[in-house]
Design a protein around this ligand. Sequence first.
Ligand code: ATP
Length: 356
Amino acid sequence: MVESKRISEILNSYDKKNLRIATVCSHSSLQIFNGARREGIKTIGIAVGKPPKFYDAFPLGKPDEFFVVDSYKDIPKCTKELAEKNAVIIPHGSFVEYLGADNFANIELPTYGNRNVLGWESDRAKSRIWLEGAGLSMPTEIKDPRKIDRPVIVKYHGAKGGRGFFIAKNNEDFEKHLDRDQKYTIQEFVLGTRYYVHYFYSPIQKNGYKLSKGALQMLGIDRRDEANIDEAHRLGSIEELENIGIKPTFVVTGNGPMVLRESLLPKVMEMGERTVEKSIELFGGMVGPFCLECVVTDKLEFKVFEISTRIVAGTNLYISGSPYADLVQPGLSTGQRIAQEIKSAAKQKKLGEIIT
Ligand code: ATP
């Protein structure tokens, strides 16, 4: 990982009155650029090959300038040029994936958030230590496939967006579907309804829902649309489908808006709070947007099956606010909240607390 001293040196050389928000043109970039625009911060869209035409269809989400590279892997070679533009990188899921986690960790550019979180998020065993250590309840992990005694979901390591995951009802089913060349984790398949909760943690905010340091917000909730599992039942039962060679898949195709029963909100805030407090204890704290991906059971228990520690694409629903964000500031998006945070940290001379 790039030394924090090196990032401080680069940041010290920046003109703090002319910071620019830079991100890769994908995922939640329209929202990030739009949010920065609303806060009066100029933006840089990093694109491969040529400037993507589709931004012309969405002028308020278009970056002020494009920075074109031949391949995402070339971004680390262009850091000097980007630093001369006072670029602060906003990571999102596709940014980290296209660049590769190691390249991302080493990139010599001021980056919003704590890079130490990467190792904790991407390793399923470590994220379990973190979340269970925070007192959150997770789906039971079944270490020995011979002990599968309930429906399970089998997750391959490094598989992004649920690709290749499968459901097994028993050990025989598991053996039939397993790809032995890949590392996997077996998790209890939790029956309930899925909620992907979008939080925002600021270590520098002084008001609101206070934590030991800073404050926590909850800006929205979505549910992912996943093909083909979400619509498979229209054709028949999973068993019937498997008999004709169709397997359920969990590939994210889009997102839909959700609200929770209001009585569950105190629990949701508490879960976010504990996750942040534990992160402070384990690795100095995560910073900014994060998402707890949960199944809520008919006993109204939250089972958290994953954490994403940066802006998630589900927040794209709420570019003009959400039923929760509107109670913080009407029309607030996560993209705008990020821009506000950078502006506020620059003003308070606290950029070092939110950028690594
Ligand atoms: P991403 O990184 O895009 O969040 P991923 O590849 O890490 O995805 P998960 O988010 O862990 O995968 O799971 C993909 C989908 O599988 C979930 O959105 C959810 O629909 C389903 N799923 C995951 N774990 C469980 C579980 N324990 N019980 C029921 N469904 C689950």
